[in-house]
Design a protein around this ligand. Structure first.
Ligand SMILES: Cc1cc2nc3c(=O)[nH]c(=O)nc-3n(C[C@H](O)[C@H](O)[C@H](O)COP(=O)(O)O)c2cc1C
Length: 425
């Protein structure tokens, strides 16, 4: 293992001064308009601010918060403080390839959109949802113009467009009213809300949340409608579902959700009873995508461990985006083409965690996930027994990671050394 991190210091080719303002587009537009949209899954206890920021350094365009219980969030300040934190810099800026070259005319930089959010649903919504094409999907989040830079100053192709990443909050609720209350509180900080219709845990099922919603299509539709009733018809509300063993019920869930202008649908290709050790069903995802019939963008989720998996998911399922959960925990730089966590990702993670503040158990757990494939068994045992952040950092320093070196380059420049994919820990 090399003892010093070999970061190129700002060379003349690192001139970011002529960059256009990144486009800020709704997640659904990102999915429908760009070739490869990569998504970090919602992860209880794990997809918190430092880890989301880390993934956004490595070609993860959309990130999710962990599932948040809407009722607690809307009622309790303590829950809000513990469940959610964000930062103006956490969204990345990316070069993205339009699906259709020269199709940028429909995009607008977000801050100039203006407040075109309706306070109430159109009166005729029950009879006839408004034409999707006429609705401007916008959010209340107002990004700072230049808080992040893309990984490279020059576009990879002549069609590449500079696009700002997005943050979606995931909530769980057995009813629309709590969701709407929570959405109203969190709206200034996020780019949309996702409703969890897939948590398989029995406590969640008994609370009427997560998987309990999979066979209650009307309730899901009404929840989406209630949030939009509060936030505006164009405010992005998506759903994340699992497939049902009875695929007719998946069809029914999707068709009903589409009645209410759900912004996009994420499909986890396992049923409620399938553990994550069982292989994901790409055929099941493809079936769900066919049920959507192109009315809204779709995202596939399940068993994405490398770029080849991402490509075969896109090819097989016909989705607009792909979402990874355990794959990104194991290797947050997965979408940037690394086959295992590169050393600079570990260094970035430590710095982000120290800067943002991250409690030791989560900090430790993330490092254990990221380093799993680098450690031999005794190292794993030793590392897992470390009692504090300081001891973990000391151990990594003794293994040659250099946290001060990476501090000298901008935080967003996480892919330095990307050309040399072998430069791992
Ligand atoms: C630690 C952990 C926490 C999770 N938390 C959530 C959550 O908060 N909301 C959710 O919809 N799914 C959650 N999931 C499920 C993942 O989002 C994802 O659907 C599942 O892991 C399948 O993707 P994978 O095969 O890429 O891991 C969680 C999964 C893991 C491993």
């Amino acid at each position: 293992m090399p003892s010093v991190v070999d970061h190129e210091e700002g060379s003349s080719s690192d001139d970011f001064s002529d960059l256009p303002t990144p486009l800020t587009v709704p997640v659904s537009t990102m999915l429908s308009s760009y070739k490869t949209t990569n998504v970090l899954a919602p992860l209880v206890r794990c997809s918190k601010l430092p880890f989301r920021h880390l993934c956004s350094l490595y070609e993860t365009h959309v990130t999710h918060t962990p599932m948040i219980l809407a009722q607690e969030f809307s009622r309790s300040q303590t829950a809000r403080i513990s469940d959610f934190s964000t930062n103006a810099d956490e969204r990345g800026v990316f070069w993205m390839e339009p699906k259709h070259a020269g199709s940028s005319a429909t995009f607008r930089p977000h801050p100039e959109d203006g407040p075109e959010i309706r306070d109430t649903l159109p009166e005729d919504v029950d009879e006839e949802p408004p034409d999707r094409g006429l609705i401007r999907s916008i959010t209340y989040h107002r990004p700072r113009p230049h808080s992040r830079l893309p990984p490279t100053p020059r576009p990879p192709t002549k069609h590449s467009q500079l696009v700002r990443g997005a943050l979606v909050v995931q909530m769980a609720s057995p009813n629309g009213a709590s969701l709407a209350d929570a959405a109203q509180l969190i709206a200034p900080y996020v780019d949309g809300l996702d409703i969890n219709c897939g948590c398989p845990q029995s406590w969640a099922y008994h609370e009427g949340i997560g998987c309990a919603l999979l066979r209650k299509p009307e309730l899901v539709r009404d929840m989406v409608r209630t949030v939009k009733g509060r936030m505006g018809w164009g405010w992005p509300v998506s759903i994340k579902i699992r497939i049902d063993p009875d695929l007719k019920l998946t069809d029914q869930l999707i068709r009903t959700a589409l009645e209410t202008n759900v912004s996009h649908i994420t499909i986890h290709g396992r049923t409620r009873h399938q553990a994550s050790t069982e292989p994901v069903s790409l055929d099941g995802i493809r079936f769900a995508v066919e049920c959507v019939r192109g009315e809204v963008p779709t995202v596939a989720n399940g068993d994405l461990w490398d770029l080849a998996d991402a490509q075969s998911m896109r090819d097989h399922c016909g989705v607009d985006g792909v979402m990874a959960a355990r794959g990104l925990l194991a290797n947050p730089a997965l979408f940037a083409g690394y086959d295992k966590t590169p050393r600079h990702a570990v260094e970035q993670f430590v710095n982000l965690s120290v800067d943002y503040g991250f409690i030791f158990p989560l900090f430790h757990r993330h490092l254990a996930y990221m380093l799993e494939s680098h450690f031999v068994k005794p190292e794993k045992t030793y590392f897992n027994a470390l009692p504090s952040s300081v001891s973990a950092i000391d151990y990594l320093s003794s293994r040659g990671l250099d946290f001060r070196a990476i501090k000298q380059v901008p935080m967003w420049d996480g892919r330095k050394g990307r050309e040399d994919l072998s430069r791992c820990i």
